[in-house]
Design a protein around this ligand. Sequence first.
Ligand SMILES: [Zn+2]
Ligand SMILES: [Zn+2]
Length: 223
Amino acid sequence: MNEETLPAFEQAFGALRQFTRARRPTSRATEHCELCSAGLAQEHPHLVEITSRQILCACDACAMLFDGMERSKYKRVSRQAQYLPDFEMTDGQWENLLIPINMAFFYRSSIEGTVIALYPSPAGAVESLLPLEAWNEIAESNRALSRLLPDVEALLVNRVGHAHGIARAEYYIAPIDECYKLVGLIRSNWRGLSGGSEVWTEIGRFFSDLRLKAYVVSGEANA
Ligand SMILES: [Zn+2]
Ligand SMILES: [Zn+2]
């Protein structure tokens, strides 16, 4: 575990707590746009502050300002998720990425000019040093990765079921706020050493929800 990278991600967790709060049906507290303070509906756009990687809740008007804007402090996160049934990655290729668990997300950082690998942990998102050769090999055989929008979209990999022989590995191009939502629910539902049954129920629910709202992009495995 790369402990020294943890504090950088603490900033993103303020927003994550809002995700977990929003899941509780008893909580009716109105959220506010973090740019203009307008009240927000439960479903509202998110922005990423590029330098801090912080996720901000925004109203439609503020989100619109940053829609597709190339050089700005914030970028709007789209809601669209893509499920990639033809994604190609061997067990060996996955191992070469050196992710210590069977779940991770990868995104291009426009600030750092490289691909960042993160995986969820009970303490939040942990950055993993990504061997770029191993990543490039995967990117070469999966055209979908050339479409990844910097900062706002990630390749989200779930190989938990695959590792236990009960389900196939799942690959998505997911909005980055969804990836942090997964991190947040793991962080807030983790109990004891192994996580407990509740966290695995939540993880299962997260991926079945994502699968339902994602559109399927198939037939493009090899470029
Ligand atoms: Zn606003
Ligand atoms: Zn929000």
